[in-house]
Ligand binder design. Sequence first.
Ligand SMILES: O=C(O)CCC(=O)C(=O)O
Length: 280
Amino acid sequence: MTETALRSYKITPEDKQTFERDGYWISPKLLTDEQIERLRRAHERIWSGQYDGDNFPMNHRPPNKNPDALRKLDNGWWINDDIRTTVTDPVMGEWAADLLGVDEIRLWHDQVIYKPGVGDQETSAGNVGWHQDFGYWQCSSTTNMVTVWIALQDTDLTNGGMSTILGSHHWGLVPDSNTFFDQDMDALKKKYTSGGREWVEEPCILKAGQASFHHALTFHGSGANRTTEPRLSIVAHLMPGGTHYKARVQRHDNIRLLGPRPSDGQLFEGVYFPSLYKRR
Ligand SMILES: O=C(O)CCC(=O)C(=O)O
């Protein structure tokens, strides 16, 4: 199939069933080869401090001095035009709307993630701990949100690709599951299976330009990149239109984007939360 034909793919009832049963779905190739190249270049530019426009990303932190550490920033779309095009892509929005069963999709925020290749070195510096995304997003009125993890190279466990825990979105929100930055995978697994939960790890195997869509309650994480090339990705976190702020539950940087005095029930909408797709 041509690249354009792949982008005209429509979600089938089987895709939706897979997403609802397993908590994730792997898409056809979403990006063209040209877009992949542009986004790989976007990574290079961002990590060398070249930004489009005058803003800074959200969660702007000084770079970690450890060359093996995971690099990550949020809202790359504020500082890079190619990332902006990708994370506001209406095709991705339509696929997300169909999987979540909603009529509109807005951007919650994005992430730009670079996982260095460490070969056979003993290090956990690139690990992403098992976590639920909604563990961080409890100020949002709905758990019916989705993360789209877009691969900028072929990705599997060899280069530190993600795994999801099959069906774990059915567990509901697990307390203290905001453990992205805890790098002891075994300890986290022990913590989350202590109640006798069945733990089945499913590797997300992606060709460059493909994306995995995982539910906001699906546990996921990733280990070392055993190659010598970095693993590059762009991640879009998406929410249904009409998602609103739940006050006094949990802090999140998105709350600031509601203005100086956010109020309970205020919609996450407007320029910081662009609409990707609205059903006609
Ligand atoms: O890049 C990874 O390995 C994990 C990213 C992640 O946790 C996410 O996209 O929600």
